[in-house]
Design a protein around this ligand. Structure first.
Ligand code: NDP
Length: 355
């Protein structure tokens, strides 16, 4: 199947372009010579996007305003003249308990992009969708299971169907990602004789690393970095710190999106993009080795260094290592890049008073 080589004649639409992961995708696309159109929800967000990458100029980066991704035909204009799409836009939080607040934008947004590509994107060769490990995991209680690309979050879909608004937020989020991703695969299969593209889905676990978006305070961080900040820099109960998580550097996630455009063998694949798994307390213990002075000064809370280690969320990333040739950044590199950024922003002292 076709691939999309980086040069100034190749144009890539990035949806949700102002988001945490998407800004890294845009950065790497621009660095590699692609022309980028970022889809955002308002003019203001578009202007901010151009400002973030002003050194590249309007020849290489432009924006399209797509106010509501759930509307039919929302992406009809945005996909015109594109050679590829990276679809990242999807909600990670909700204001009400209604599962549809997450499910509808995820599902309708994904189908909307694909329908518009079918209608107005004759040159589109590859579509990369930011799915998630959330779309493939189920609840586990023992550290025996390793998830791979054959898994699907059917358990969460069943729970949300049964419990509706009462289901846990994570079950609703997993459902939104699984339904959207499955709809994308089904759509691509159904229309295979009419389309010129193939599909890749990127499945990261918990994404960490320095943000490129404007953030004036930790409370403005995206969901994963906000959790990392709270779990590393503020007092947290034992129950939280003994919890485990799969992790990956945001730059590796973004590179995986871009490499998926350029790698023929990525077409038609779900790809777990994951560096490893650990506990929050282990991460604190690692930070103590990296920043002994900050801990000695009481600027960062150590928590419970002797907590037993039970790691539940393990993912097999062998396929992405093989196909994309990724050498994942270690948790030490990821944690250091992120904390150095927090320190540079002057947030660590603030954390002492943020308990
Ligand atoms: P951000 O919140 O930083 O970015 C989300 C992007 O999606 C923003 O551009 C946001 O627009 C847009 N968006 C959210 N809800 C809607 C909606 N209802 N309609 C239109 N646009 C919407 O999050 P991330 O960068 O972390 O997430 C990007 C993608 O990566 C998502 O698909 C997420 O599921 C996936 N992912 C994230 C992980 C993580 O740990 N961060 C892990 C695995 C997958 P606006 O700014 O206007 O709200």
């Amino acid at each position: 199947m076709p691939i999309v080589e980086p040069n100034q004649s190749k144009r890539v639409l990035v949806t949700g372009a102002n988001g945490y992961i998407a800004l890294w995708v845009v950065k790497i696309l621009l660095e590699q010579g692609y022309r980028v159109r970022g889809a955002v929800r308002s003019e203001e967000k578009g202007k901010k996007l151009l400002d973030t990458f002003k050194s590249y100029g309007s020849e290489q980066l432009e924006y399209a305003v797509v106010k509501d991704i759930t509307q039919d035909g929302a992406f009809d204009e945005a996909v015109r003249d594109m050679d590829a799409i990276a679809h990242t836009a999807s909600p990670l939080s909700a204001v009400s308990e209604d599962p549809d607040e997450l499910i509808q934008p995820a599902l309708r947004g994904t189908l909307g992009v694909l329908n518009s590509a079918l209608k107005n994107g004759p040159n589109i060769k590859r579509i990369v969708i930011t799915s998630s490990c959330a779309a493939l995991l189920h609840n586990v209680t023992a550290p025996t299971e390793v998830f791979d690309e054959n898994n699907w979050a059917d358990e969460a879909i069943g729970i949300v169907k049964e419990q509706g608004r009462k289901a846990l937020f994570m079950e609703k989020y997993r459902t939104s990602k699984a339904l959207a991703e499955r709809a994308a695969w089904d759509f691509t299969e159904k229309h295979k004789s009419e389309i010129g593209w193939d599909l890749v889905t990127i499945q990261p676990p918990f994404v960490i690393g320095p943000p490129l978006q404007e953030v004036k305070a930790p409370s403005e961080l995206n969901v994963s970095l906000d959790t990392f900040f709270k779990n590393m820099c503020t007092e947290r109960p034992e129950d939280v710190l003994k919890g485990s998580y799969g992790y990956v550097h945001v730059e590796d996630v973004a590179k995986a999106h871009v490499d998926s455009l350029k790698t023929e063998a990525a077409g038609g694949q779900r790809l777990i993009i994951s560096s490893g798994a650990t506990t929050w307390q282990n991460t604190r213990n690692l930070l103590k080795e990296l920043y002994p002075k900050l801990y000695a000064a009481g600027a960062l809370p150590i928590g419970y260094p002797q907590l037993p280690e039970v790691i539940l969320w393990r993912y097999d990333a062998a396929k992405s290592e093989r196909i994309l040739g990724i050498k994942y950044k270690t948790i030490k590199e990821i944690a250091k890049d992120t904390m150095d950024d927090f320190i540079a922003r002057g947030w660590i002292k603030e954390a002492q008073f943020n308990n």
